[in-house]
Design a protein around this ligand. Structure first.
Ligand SMILES: Nc1ncnc2c1ncn2[C@@H]1O[C@H](COP(=O)(O)OP(=O)(O)O)[C@@H](O)[C@H]1O
Ligand SMILES: [Mg+2]
Length: 364
């Protein structure tokens, strides 16, 4: 096992800079996820860690060992790919045994370790099957056993669940987590699926065009996104531009007078108590999770209540989702959960959307 340090890595293809001075430290034994839309550089970064890509700048360390110029073969990594990448002409047993044979491990020990690895992924009974005779989930479990049987220093997984059906994807999350926790192995997991990232990771690095937009625990990314990109990517928030107005008698940073603060407006109405920063410019972005908003029938003098009309009501069992059109014609999504729904509304109803006083405002 080892920590992974990515130090200012740059990677270019032709004249495109795919990784821009990217730095990330993954502590020994941690499960980190690279999350981001297609094309943002996740695979490129993983391949740099694996040694399949040569960075054009920066360094990669495993613990204190600089592996930047070390070949993949000598980096001691386990890798799992989206398309399994099993040898089609080898049985499950021989696929898993491959790395041990290459390392000239004694035959009896190979048999013991391969059987143990296949047992851990519940495939001992299928040891003699070829990949073509196995389901996607079974193939991916062979790939996982093959990656872990060599006891690598780090485990790298590139969208390993993307080719599986929805039910198998959920099961495999647990299979992977059980195995990596038991092995205590440092893992970098790549996905474009935000729910998968939230459910599995110690920390998530959200990538945006070759850089890390935010690194944090799932709770941090969901609760305190640093910008609209992160908020929109994790858990689909309402991302609403809100004009800001600076008020207060003293200039920022000076002593004396009322401390300056910033007031925000939504649909011409002032929002009270927002969590923002006085350093924001003339425009803020309100980040409002659909489930953090609530609805009420129109009533006068309610703070942070924005008038609108229900465009669509969607009943989803444990929650009901509403699309609300505000008076400036913008739309906002609200979700009321079955447990705390005090009133229901139908399409065409006039309503007020209640924006909680601790809502978050970030820079544009
Ligand atoms: N071998 C390559 N040659 C040229 N361009 C590449 C190569 N690999 C990746 N790219 C480009 O780098 C960018 C990031 O790709 P990639 O790391 O695969 O993204 P992701 O895994 O996040 O979808 C894309 O624009 C892609 O076209
Ligand atoms: Mg990729």
């Amino acid at each position: 096992m080892a920590s992974i340090t990515i130090d200012n890595v740059v990677k270019q293809f032709a004249n495109q800079t795919v990784l821009q001075n990217l730095s990330l430290h993954v502590p020994d034994g941690a499960f980190y996820t690279l999350l981001g839309p297609s094309g943002c550089g996740k695979t490129t970064l993983l391949r740099c860690i694996a040694g399949f890509n040569d960075p054009d700048g920066g360094r990669i360390l495993f613990d204190k060992d600089d592996v930047t110029r070390v070949s993949t073969h000598h980096r001691d990594i386990g890798m799992v790919f989206q398309d399994y990448a099993l040898f089609p002409d080898k049985t499950a047993f021989d696929n898993v045994a491959y790395g041990l044979r290459a390392r000239k491990v004694p035959k009896a020990e190979i048999a013991r370790r391969v059987n143990e690895a296949l047992d851990k992924v519940s495939l001992l009974a299928l040891a003699d099957r070829y990949p073509a005779q196995m389901s996607g989930g079974q193939r991916q479990r062979v790939a996982l056993a093959r990656a872990l049987v060599i006891r690598p220093r780090v485990l790298l997984m590139d969208e390993p669940l993307s080719n599986l059906d929805a039910k198998m994807r959920l099961q495999m999350r647990d299979v992977i987590l059980d195995l990596v926790r038991e092995a205590g192995i440092t893992t970098v997991f790549v996905t474009h699926d935000q729910e998968e990232a939230l459910a599995m990771s110690d920390r998530i690095a959200i990538m945006d065009r070759g850089s890390i937009a935010q690194l944090g625990t799932p709770e941090e990314l969901y609760g305190t996104p640093v910008n609209a990109y992160v908020a929109d990517f994790i858990g689909s928030a309402n991302v609403i531009p809100v004009p800001a107005e600076r008020v207060g008698t003293a200039p920022a940073g000076s002593a004396g007078g009322a401390p300056p603060h910033v007031r925000y407006q939504l649909c011409g109405q002032q929002l009270d108590g927002m969590q923002g920063s006085a350093t924001l410019g003339a425009q803020g972005i309100l980040i409002a999770r659909p489930e953090a908003l609530s609805l009420m029938a129109p009533a006068p003098h309610v703070p942070n209540a924005i008038a609108g009309e229900v465009l669509r009501r969607q009943y989803l069992g444990f929650k009901t989702a509403y699309r609300i059109r505000l008076h400036d014609n913008s739309e906002i999504r609200v979700e009321l959960h079955a447990g705390n729904m005090v009133a229901d509304f139908q399409a065409g109803d006039a309503v007020q959307v209640l924006v909680p006083a601790d809502s978050r405002i970030v820079g544009a």
